[in-house]
Design a protein around this ligand. Structure first.
Ligand code: ADP
Ligand code: MG
Length: 675
């Protein structure tokens, strides 16, 4: 058997199972060896029932004393109860839909039960734990699965693959690198990642694999990006931003001042700035961007700012106009929904240099817009844009300085993956005099009282948002907007007499913009909408955010929504109405209710969804990193980047014979990755 043999070369893998493996992206025996465990059941610390904890999953040793018959409770649900003991305390185990497992348990025999544990007097309970033979030791790998393939099966087949093929595994990193960064060999890494002897060998294996992924990734990045950064950036003279600052009507926070200075410094050199500005919702990123545009304009350069939606683009135009036009800086807007004639006029003004700052959506800027002297590109809420769009942007002529603004706290490693090698500034200080938004989690039965609450605000001249999730229409499977229905209902009842507006995804952009404008001007008191308002909308007079069916939203999304209020000096509120929510969902929602710290919310969200879903790049494709953990491998990333930089410096095109196989591997990786 070879590493390149099809997976069917393994005993027990026929066409059917091969098709399942294909779903996991595994075609060959070699692929299987690189199918890494997602986690391990650690049996080095098996415990007695008395020692088990309800804080984290436990591996409990106990002997089965009795079994109830497997009962069919209702269609599709069977339950069986099993009693076990460790001679000191008792364990009551409930198994759901696990007839096979229950049947295989023998009374009088000892097992290890792994899973969540709940303490009861005189013992505890577990629900559908993983059953492991009492003889097992060490770490049991748990693999990413697909329906029809169990972790046990995969484990057995990997065992065979290792026995048969491990000797033909080639080392992929140079001896120098292995030595310099104290990495174990590839063979060792592969053996230990699947079947670690102990914690230490597991750590060593992970380290080696992650290092290599990050090393390859760093190399690929610098190769696709044309090796190094260009050095024909626009040099901006230092400009005092004092006049701009004192015209704002508020004092910039220390963090805003610091970040503006960091940007000014970057923009004063021939290396184009490439900076990520990260700040929680409401931290005042727009003012920072405006200050940089002010500097650009004073140097005779144009700026562009891009937003993911037309609503946001229009809002940026309005805000920037207010901030910059007192200085004779002309701000324009370009969006897809504008009439061709208007578009042409704006484009002409951008080309002639009459417009200094252009706000728009991404698609528009990518278009055939020509600038007279583009010096700075700002992208707002960037993680909504695809990787490809981003590259197209950075390749836009003349090496402009770039700023990316994001409200999502992005770990350093992941930022590197998403944006390449950029510098990060953090706005870690909220504007003063900002009151914390009070958040409440309530049930559906409270809806009427919530609307009464909203009405009171309207009577005081303050505004509210009511956000509904998208709902699927069961009949034709189309997604309907619940917003329209809800608006109709409350307009006739709870909010009778209030001025209500509706905003949803199916409206034409011009219509959306009109509604947003009316809301901003307080012509609309209550805005009922779907999540089109999620990012960036800024109406300081809005003080109440109601989210219907909050359980259907992601935690970070809820945090973003909450960030739409609490922007003025009034006490603001966020009310999350949970529809049918189980205990787990309630617990999740409580995270948002309990903290207003976006980093904490994001952390919880990341834990729940994993980075791929969280940042939405599963589709845009960064399959190079199977093992690297975006949250914690930061130190290793630094070393891997250094190692990659050294290699590129000594052999920029990877032409040396000793780098031939590396070059081959990178080419393969790059062709698989839609960068
Ligand atoms: P975000 O970082 O979420 O994009 P914005 O830039 O929209 O935040 O700013 C949120 C609100 O706070 C805006 O109304 C803005 O005018 C205001 N703001 C920005 N900086 C300050 C500050 N230093 N002091 C008071 N208000 C500020
Ligand atoms: Mg914003």
């Amino acid at each position: 058997m070879e590493l390149s043999s099809p997976i069917t070369a393994l005993n027990g893998v026929g066409a059917k199972r091969a098709a399942l493996y294909a779903k996991l992206g595994i075609a060959t025996v070699g692929d299987l060896l690189e199918h890494y465990p997602r986690r391990y059941i650690d049996l080095t610390g098996t415990m007695s029932i008395a020692d088990a904890s309800s804080e984290r999953p436990c591996a409990v040793r106990a002997t089965v004393t009795a079994k109830s018959p497997v009962k069919l409770v209702r269609r599709g649900l069977t339950v069986a109860k099993v009693r076990a003991t460790d001679m000191q305390q008792d364990l009551l185990i409930t198994f759901f839909n696990a007839k096979y497992t229950v049947d295989s348990l023998e009374t009088g025999k000892e097992y290890i039960f792994f899973g969540d544990f709940v303490r009861r007097i005189g013992g505890g309970e577990m629900s559908s734990p993983t059953v492991i033979s009492a003889e097992e030791r060490g770490f049991i790998p748990q693999y990413p699965l697909t329906e029809g393939l169990s972790s046990k099966m995969i484990t057995a087949q990997i065992k065979t693959a290792i026995t048969e093929c491990i000797d033909s595994v080639q080392e992929t990193m140079s001896t120098d690198l292995l030595k310099k960064y104290s990495l174990c060999s590839k063979k060792e890494a592969l053996c230990s990642i699947h079947f670690p002897k102990d914690e230490k060998s597991l750590e060593a294996a992970k380290r080696r694999i992650v290092f290599e992924e990050l090393f390859d990734f760093s190399l690929a990045m610098s190769i696709t990006k044309g090796k190094t950064r260009s050095t024909d950036g626009k040099v901006f003279k230092a400009v005092s931003t004092k006049p701009f600052e004192s015209s704002l009507g508020f004092e910039l926070t220390g963090a805003q001042k610091r970040v503006i200075a960091e940007c000014q410094k970057d923009m004063s050199t021939t290396i184009p700035m490439n900076r990520l500005i990260q700040g929680d919702v409401g931290s005042g990123k727009t003012a920072v961007a405006a200050a940089c545009m002010y500097v650009a304009a004073k140097n005779g350069f144009q700026s562009a700012i891009m937003a993911p939606t037309e609503v946001l683009a229009a809002q940026h135009e309005a805000t920037l106009k207010k901030m910059l036009s007192p200085f004779g800086i002309k701000v324009g807007l370009l969006t897809g929904s504008m009439k061709q004639k208007e578009k042409n006029a704006v484009k002409a003004a951008v080309k002639s240099g009459e417009i200094d700052v252009l706000a728009g959506t991404h698609a528009i800027i990518q278009d055939d817009v020509e600038f007279a002297q583009l010096g700075l590109i700002v992208t707002d809420e960037q993680h909504r844009f695809g990787v490809r769009q981003r590259l197209a942007l950075s390749q836009k002529g003349g090496a402009p300085h770039t700023i990316v603004m994001s409200a999502t706290p992005i770990p350093r490693t992941l930022a590197f993956v998403l944006y390449g090698d950029l510098d990060i500034s953090v706005l870690d200080e909220m504007p003063k005099n900002r009151l914390e938004v009070k958040t409440y989690l309530v049930g559906q039965d409270m809806e009427e009282r919530v609307f009464a609450f909203v009405r009171k605000f309207a009577h005081r001249g303050l505004q509210s948002y009511i956000v509904c999730p998208l709902v699927e229409n069961e009949e034709d499977g189309l997604s309907l907007e619940a917003a329209t229905d809800l608006a109709k209902r409350i307009a006739e009842k709870e909010l009778l007499g209030c001025r209500i507006g509706v905003l949803h995804g199916r409206m034409r952009p011009a219509e959306k913009e009109r509604v947003m404008r009316e809301f901003a001007e307080n012509k609309i008191q209550v805005l009922v909408s779907t999540t089109v308002i999620e990012v960036g909308v800024d109406v300081p007079n809005a003080v109440c955010m109601v989210v219907e069916n909050a359980e259907r939203f992601g935690l970070s999304q809820l945090h973003q929504l909450r960030g739409r209020v609490g922007r003025g000096s009034e006490q603001s509120y966020c009310v999350l109405i949970a529809g049918k929510a189980n205990a787990e969902t309630k617990r999740r929602l409580e995270v948002v209710a309990k903290t207003t710290d976006g980093f904490k919310v994001a952390e919880e969200d990341l834990k729940l969804r994993g980075p791929g879903d969280f940042f939405g790049f599963r589709q845009s494709g960064v399959p190079m990193l199977k093992m690297a953990d975006m949250m914690s491998d930061i130190a290793l990333l630094e070393s891997a980047k250094n190692a990659a930089a050294e290699l590129i410096e000594s052999d920029p095109l990877l032409e040396r014979p000793e780098n031939a196989s590396l070059a081959l591997r990178l080419n393969k990786l790059l062709s698989e990755t839609a960068l």
